[in-house]
Design a protein around this ligand. Sequence first.
Ligand SMILES: *[C@@H]1O[C@H](CO)[C@@H](O)[C@H](O)[C@H]1NC(C)=O
Ligand SMILES: *[C@@H]1O[C@H](CO)[C@@H](O)[C@H](O)[C@H]1NC(C)=O
Ligand SMILES: *[C@@H]1O[C@H](CO)[C@@H](O)[C@H](O)[C@H]1NC(C)=O
Ligand SMILES: *[C@@H]1O[C@H](CO)[C@@H](O)[C@H](O)[C@H]1NC(C)=O
Ligand SMILES: *[C@@H]1O[C@H](CO)[C@@H](O)[C@H](O)[C@H]1NC(C)=O
Length: 454
Amino acid sequence: MRLGAALLLVLGVVNAETFPLDTDDNIRRSAALLAHDTTVFYKGNLSGQIPGILPGPPPAGPYFWWQGGALWGTLIDYWHYTGDPSYNEVIMQAMMHQVGERKNYEPANYTISLGNDDQAFWGMAAMLAAEVNFPNPPSDQPQWLALAQAVFNAQASPERHDSECNGGMRWQIPRTNNGYNYKNTIANGCFFNIGARLARFTGNSTYAKYATDTWDWVQGVHYITDKWDVYDGAHIEDNCTSINRAQFSYNAAVLIQGAAFMWNFTESQVWKDRLNGLLDRSLKVFFRDDGVAYEPSCEPGYTCTTDMYSFKGYLHRWLAQTSLVAPFTADRIQPILRSSTEAAVKQCTGGDNGRECGFAWSSGKFDGKIGAGQQMSVLAAVTTLLDPPNGPLTADTGGTSKGDPNAGGAPPDRVHRPITTGDKAGAGILTAMILAGAALTFGWMSWEGKDATV
Ligand SMILES: *[C@@H]1O[C@H](CO)[C@@H](O)[C@H](O)[C@H]1NC(C)=O
Ligand SMILES: *[C@@H]1O[C@H](CO)[C@@H](O)[C@H](O)[C@H]1NC(C)=O
Ligand SMILES: *[C@@H]1O[C@H](CO)[C@@H](O)[C@H](O)[C@H]1NC(C)=O
Ligand SMILES: *[C@@H]1O[C@H](CO)[C@@H](O)[C@H](O)[C@H]1NC(C)=O
Ligand SMILES: *[C@@H]1O[C@H](CO)[C@@H](O)[C@H](O)[C@H]1NC(C)=O
């Protein structure tokens, strides 16, 4: 026992030097170690396992299907920023296995937890692959750009934009899923984001039209406020007026990145103003005074879920990309990503290897919360400190991925399969998440008056 304690002490001391960030080579080395420590959570390439997904979805394991898509996006960025191709084959196998029956990232296996945002996280990973010229899939497989277009086409279909709350998309796709009556920022924000990026990549302004309409809706229902706060969503029963005012960084970040692409595509003052408004407010809300990423709606009360443990990674990656497509934001974004990342690696002193990461970046101490999301977030932060070889490409500036404007086809009528015991358990967890969301709203309301967060 004494030996164990001594060993931990040694590891603790050693750890201060485990993830040095002082030179590009050291950042690359640190990122490589973090990539290794992230992918150990992935079992999908072992025999008998399902390629593409992290252990789950609940109750089979802690991770919902979408986190697989989030992991591959993070590792595509890892390859792009570092040049290390170690995970490229794993990424390719994973991204291809999950395309689903209609090649639009709606595999029947995960219907019970299939939200528009879940589908879009895979779509955004495919879009990124196209933008960074990640190696193209074999020609008999669906191509990156076509996959992003297929996700867009599915979500642009009139079926997903009913008139409740004057438009907008619902959170969930199948009518029978819990949360079908919730219209939220992340579902609409991801669709906006993919639309903006497809417009820029292809030059086809139809995508930009959808993106603009979606932005207008999100702002119209006041999920984006006059002060540029970004709220989570609302239920259709009261016309989306009882807004869940929890602020999560991925909601703001997906809009910021999308607005940056709209700026790059249109070069219009309107999008510049929107981007500036959102960015300045979000830097305050999510990086506070210490310049370290923070989730104000769940971190103070230790109520963050497995999903939320991954949010800081998207915040870092999407802000990093924003600074590339809207270079006028770089002076504001880069210093804060640096200070945040330095804090992030300091708390990676946990687990058996003495270098696993937790979630409480600004505390300076490992919080005991080990997981794929925590690990992936620090990986994302470290990776994006590097200068990538190029900003996101377009079809005109070297992007080679082949598209198909009609990819995915028209969505057929939903097939409702019988509910199994496993489905019920999954649905229960979603309900619990929604209830937790409601609790957050009240929690938020009760201390909002104290101006405790920002
Ligand atoms: C599975 O992927 C990991 C990287 O995530 C790699 O280290 C390992 O060798 C792969 N295993 C197999 C059986 O391909
Ligand atoms: C769906 O589930 C089956 C059975 O577990 C599995 O073989 C298959 O790979 C899964 N497909 C996807 C896309 O996950
Ligand atoms: C532009 O995108 C829209 C929406 O997918 C599509 O209907 C249209 O055919 C595209 N136009 C061109 C010229 O590719
Ligand atoms: C619902 O809200 C929208 C604005 O988001 C408004 O235009 C519409 O009139 C409202 N409908 C009802 C029935 O109150
Ligand atoms: C658009 O993005 C590219 C790629 O990062 C960048 O070089 C260019 O300056 C951006 N254009 C504008 C108008 O900001």
